[in-house]
Write a protein that binds this ligand. Structure first.
Ligand code: PLP
Length: 386
């Protein structure tokens, strides 16, 4: 919006499609909303109970700037026990979720004009996260024909003397891909060769339905070029807690801490206590969540097989289906509107995730199978899918 009191760089803001969904969801009273990635799963009750006890016991104050020490110790233990990574608490900075974490990373590493490579289709908010701290977005488009896998030779052509980092999100939102191990190894080799950072956005780690379970940091735990961004939003269904962290080399973490002192000072003390108990109960919590969402996403996948003009490959991760609608001859935004008007089901258009997402729609399987059944029954009736 153009306004004399607003910074001119915000006068023309390109809003991502996600920001229109609230309005669209109100178009009909019976809309089934499969647009936003907010898991409907309840937060583990024991985690809430233990957090409550800690709150009564006085964990209601500012915490250390890097985050509650016990929480950071628990995070380090988790990485040691499950992934064989030996981090110290000085390598961990607690954040208010993955969005805040990514912004802090960008603010801390970017000089004006530095470049961040994003792998398209990509999570919409990477763009403003890079642009706000005056960085440049360099888009590497994956191809539907390659099942959205990264072609390292083509990727290498995107690297320049200004490349500061690449963001790698696997399991991937929106495509649901889990990158191959050779791909991850190849990216690490390129990062070493050209000296840039790999920012692993690991926020869908629980939702991995392949045998490729290793997080990127575990490929090379001592590599100072790997930064991990994590969130409790999806993996523990704790979106409202706004809790996450960054793991990385000590001096980078220190700078991030300094930046955050002016942004958020410290993170919600009670949410951090909940984080401790969530990690301690992760085996139970994540097993349940994994199984439930696996069931849903595979149910949706099976249903789509019977639709005309829409197809998708076998899910590998996340709770999103990225479905190919190119045979309809319509754009992803046109199909988005059509599904809403004809079936009262709200999805997201692939174009909202970058040019490489055009010709696709993203269906978030964040409702239980009964709701998904109703949604797919309705979509099955849309003329173009019959
Ligand atoms: N990264 C990816 C790929 C996401 O899909 C999301 C949320 O949907 C986030 C980061 C940020 O999530 P949060 O800020 O809730 O941790």
């Amino acid at each position: 919006m153009k306004h004399k009191y607003l910074a001119k760089r915000y006068w023309e803001v390109k809003l991502p499609p996600l920001s229109k969904t609230n309005e669209m969801a109100k178009r009909y009273p019976d809309v089934i909303d499969l647009s936003v990635g907010d898991p409907d799963y309840p937060v583990d009750k024991k985690v809430i109970d233990d957090m409550y006890k800690d709150a009564l016991a006085g964990h209601t104050k500012y915490t250390a700037f890097l985050g509650d020490e016990e929480f950071r110790e628990e995070i380090c233990k988790w990485y040691r026990d499950d992934f064989g990574c030996n981090y110290g608490i000085e390598n961990v900075m607690v954040t208010a979720g993955g969005t805040h974490a990514m912004y802090l990373v960008m603010e801390s590493i970017l000089d004006e004009g530095d470049e961040i490579i994003v792998i398209s289709p990509y999570y919409t908010y990477y763009e403003p996260q890079i642009l706000l701290p005056r960085g440049r977005v360099v888009v590497y488009d994956t191809l539907a024909e390659d099942n959205f896998e990264i072609d390292l030779e083509r990727f290498e052509k995107k690297i320049s003397s200004r490349t500061k980092a690449v963001i790698v999100n696997s399991p991937n939102n929106p495509t649901g891909r889990v990158y191959k191990e050779e791909t991850i190894k190849g990216l690490i080799e390129l990062a070493n060769k050209y000296d840039f950072l790999i920012i692993a956005d690991d926020i869908y780690r629980t939702f991995n339905y392949t045998d490729r379970q290793k997080p990127i940091c575990a490929f090379d735990p001592d590599n100072p070029r790997i930064l991990t961004v994590y969130s409790f939003s999806k993996d523990f269904a704790m979106t409202g807690f706004r809790l996450g962290y960054i793991i990385g080399e000590k001096s980078i973490i220190e700078c991030i801490r300094n930046v955050n002192e002016a942004v958020n000072f410290t993170i919600n003390a009670m949410a951090q206590r909940a984080g401790i108990y969530a990690i301690r109960r992760r085996k139970e919590i994540q097993k349940e969540i994994h199984e439930e969402y696996r069931k849903r996403v595979f149910y949706a996948y099976e249903r789509i097989q019977n639709f005309k003009n829409i197809k998708c490959s076998k899910p590998e991760g996340t709770f999103y289906l990225f479905a190919d609608i190119r045979d309809t001859g319509l754009s992803s935004e046109e199909i988005w509107e059509k599904i809403l008007d004809d079936a009262h089901v709200l999805v997201l258009p692939g174009i909202g995730f970058g040019q490489a997402g055009e010709g696709y729609i993203r269906i978030a399987c964040t409702s239980d199978v009964e709701v998904l059944k109703e949604a797919f029954d309705r979509m099955e009736g849309v003329d173009i899918f019959k």
